[in-house]
Design a binder for this molecule. Structure first.
Ligand code: NAD
Ligand code: UGA
Length: 460
């Protein structure tokens, strides 16, 4: 089966970049990315420097493909109906209410997609799960599709995405592996093969692995859990280093030189952020509990608990070093994105650290080169609303926060400076010269092990 038209539902961090790369590599396929958020679609169709997702190399791919064979549209129904293959790349956040709240994945967006596809489809479709989903979700999607539309055939395949933000284009060009899970039936195998043909255009065949749907779904959750577990493991050692006089960077180097362990994902930090590690592990914990595997659930839950401990420990260190009192003191937070080279701040450690310092009475100056002021405020307000803080108190808290468009102004006249994202521009800051104009000598806190001099570095 030759695919001529692809539709992707969800024009976010995954849908945008993955479809841009498919369009680039398969110029004969028409790729339409749709989203219910029309302002996002407008931005995808707007200026190259203001696309809704910032990723190195992304704008170049968009320049080469947009309006040739890559289209961004709000006409969801039309794009669905015209396509042979539909990717679902919608968000799957942690549920905030109902059964499994705070743990299970909220599948509302995926289910709404399935209903939309069923309502509109007038010909057979291959439906591809691109979103990260709990194992056996394909069953649920299949039920929705066939219950709402029994006139056409839907083949569901799982094709989880492994790109990391900040390196998305590089990761998509040279994926370690591509997983495609489908049913071992004639139509299932045809659907798998149709997707294999697409990836084969640029991914070596030996890296495209086909398997059963449940294995593909679970492999995604398991991969994220293993990656996050390495970070929590090294962060747990960072606490021990601080007590014992060992240095975490030296310990990481030593551990990583064992080829069975390898050097990647052993960088201690203020704690991992990002939209996925926490939600995917919580989802895994929920699944294990659901299947009665309490010990397994507890094992993975510990990865999240250590991450919370690390963020809290960093904020407490700042308070301790400022004589146990930050009331009315001004502290600069450098970096709001959850890692460098992205404008994404979902679950960034900066949010929790700032919250704790504000709770303790501090004034906060914030600078990030990519995250917008409105997003920083939105991140904090969402957290405070979740903690049921009153609107009056939220306004008061917001009045204690100033957001700057450069780090020099953000750090002036502050008592502490905390570096929370490893942006390149922070590595070369000369705090001495920048603060010549200040009357206070601030204490420097390095949450990323990137500064030459600091009063406190994680793990040292
Ligand atoms: P995102 O929030 O950036 O984008 C999702 C988009 O889907 C939003 O723009 C939203 O408006 C749209 N949407 C939701 N429901 C819709 C509907 N019914 N119709 C049309 N549009 C709809 O999310 P993301 O970061 O791209 O993540 C998407 C999925 O991919 C998640 O399951 C995530 O776990 C997974 N994933 C993310 C990454 C990553 O780096 N962000 C990497 C791998 C996998
Ligand atoms: C992660 C995975 O790496 C991707 O494979 C996966 O597709 C994606 O989640 C997802 O499912 O969303 P991402 O969260 O974008 O990608 O970025 P990472 O590079 O994994 O970093 C996550 C967090 O861990 C960041 O806050 C980063 O600073 C932190 N980190 C990473 C460390 O603290 N130490 C490390 O050694 C590595």
């Amino acid at each position: 089966m030759k695919i001529k038209n692809i539709c992707c539902i969800g024009a976010g961090y995954v849908g945008g970049p993955t479809m841009a790369v498919i369009a680039l590599k398969c110029p004969e396929i028409k790729v339409t990315v749709v989203d219910k958020d029309s302002s996002k679609i407008e931005k995808w169709n707007g200026e190259y420097h203001a696309l809704p997702v910032y990723e190195p190399g992304l704008a170049d791919v968009i320049k080469k493909t947009r309006d040739k064979n890559l289209f961004f549209s709000s006409q969801i129904d039309k794009a669905i109906d015209e396509s042979d293959m539909i990717f679902m790349a919608v968000n799957t956040p942690t549920k905030i209410k109902g059964e499994g709240a705070g743990m299970a994945a909220d599948l509302t967006y995926v289910e709404n997609c399935a209903k939309n596809i069923a309502r509109v489809a007038s010909s057979d479709k291959i439906v591809v799960e691109k979103s990260t989903l709990p194992v056996r979700t394909a069953e649920r999607i299949k039920d929705i599709l066939s219950n709402y539309n029994s006139d056409v055939n839907f083949e569901i395949i799982s094709n989880p995405e492994f790109l990391a933000e900040g390196t998305a284009i590089k990761d998509l060009f040279k994926s370690d592996r591509v997983l495609i899970g489908g049913d071992n039936t004639k139509s299932g195998n045809e659907a798998i093969s149709a997707l294999v043909q697409i990836y084969k255009r640029w991914i070596p065949e030996e890296k495209i692995i086909t398997m059963n749907v449940w294995s593909a779904e679970l492999s995604k959750l398991a991969s994220n859990a293993m990656l996050a577990q390495r970070i929590s493991s090294i962060n747990s050692f960072s606490a021990l280093c601080e007590k014992s006089g060992a240095k975490i960077d030296e310990v990481s180097l030593a551990i990583g030189m064992d080829h069975r362990i390898g050097p990647k994902f052993l960088k201690a930090s203020v704690g991992f952020g990002g939209s996925c590690f926490k939600k995917d592990i919580l989802n895994l914990v929920y699944l294990c509990k659901y299947y009665g595997l309490d010990e397994v659930a507890e094992y993975w839950h510990q990865v999240i608990k250590i991450n919370d401990y690390q963020k809290n420990r960093f904020a407490e260190k700042i308070i301790d070093e400022l004589s146990g009192n930050v009331d009315n003191k001004t502290i600069a937070i450098l970096g709001w994105a959850f890692k460098k080279d992205t404008n994404d701040s979902r679950e960034s450690a900066s949010i929790e650290v700032t919250n704790k310092l504000i709770d303790s009475g501090a004034y906060i100056n914030i600078y990030d080169p990519m995250v917008k002021e409105s997003k920083i405020q939105e991140d904090l307000v969402s957290l405070w609303r979740l903690k049921t803080i009153s609107e009056k108190n939220i306004s008061l808290r917001l009045s204690k926060i100033k957001i700057f468009d450069n780090y020099s102004d953000a750090i002036k006249q502050t008592e502490a400076i905390a570096v929370l994202t490893e942006w390149e521009e922070f590595t070369s800051i000369s705090f001495e010269s920048v603060n010549m104009m200040s009357t206070i000598k601030p204490k420097i806190f390095d949450g990323r092990l990137i500064l030459k001099d600091s009063n406190y570095t994680i793990g040292r």
